[in-house]
Write a protein that binds this ligand. Sequence first.
Ligand SMILES: Nc1ncnc2c1ncn2[C@@H]1O[C@H](COP(=O)(O)OP(=O)(O)OP(=O)(O)O)[C@@H](O)[C@H]1O
Ligand SMILES: Nc1nc2c(c(=O)[nH]1)N[C@H]1C(S)=C(S)[C@@H](COP(=O)(O)O)O[C@H]1N2
Length: 188
Amino acid sequence: MSDPVRIGIVSISDRASTGVYEDKGLPALKDWLTAALRNPIEFVPRLIPDDQAGISATLVELVDTERCHLVLTTGGTGPAPRDVTPEATLAVADRVMPGFGEQMRQISLHFVPTAILSRQVAVIRGQALIINLPGQPKAIAETLTGHEKASGIFAAVPYCIDLIGGPYLETRDEVCKTFRPKSALRPQ
Ligand SMILES: Nc1ncnc2c1ncn2[C@@H]1O[C@H](COP(=O)(O)OP(=O)(O)OP(=O)(O)O)[C@@H](O)[C@H]1O
Ligand SMILES: Nc1nc2c(c(=O)[nH]1)N[C@H]1C(S)=C(S)[C@@H](COP(=O)(O)O)O[C@H]1N2
């Protein structure tokens, strides 16, 4: 039986959070994670505006109070003045994981030339990994899955969570093939 996992999913959008348009971020995150993971998942969802203090407070709550081991955000990573997700994420970080942002921009260039406009970051807070994804709902599957020439960033997430003391995540190979060193594989 796979370990259960609590995952925070955070959609950050002024317009979706005030009902100007329907939020497509939370459903896209939920669909992708449900298809990819074999573990029983408890989602802790939040739909919030692009407010730096509010984003930081939400991330702290999801990790410190709700005990999520993984938090994925979508939106607010671009260069517009209201895009403050990276600043809010860095403000609650114990450590920064630059490889995730580097790899996501690399993957995203395959889909859009504006990939370089995303300032997305990933950080560790306590025993949780927090990752920013761009706001376009389609960017969620693009960056998590990758494409034929570049593996998606989720391939590295289970081993990262092992290393920070979280649950053992198992993925469905047809959606996302996890990589772990042989020494880290749990016997079936
Ligand atoms: N949560 C969402 N649900 C549906 N579509 C979204 C969402 N977030 C972003 N989008 C779409 O992706 C585009 C780029 O996202 P971005 O995060 O830059 O939004 P924005 O222009 O800052 O506005 P807002 O914060 O009000 O969503 C948006 O203009 C919108 O078309
Ligand atoms: N995979 C992927 N990455 C992407 C995009 C996309 O459509 N797909 N959009 C880009 C665009 S247009 C912008 S402005 C930045 C920042 O988007 P955000 O402010 O919605 O987070 O992400 C970029 N990265």
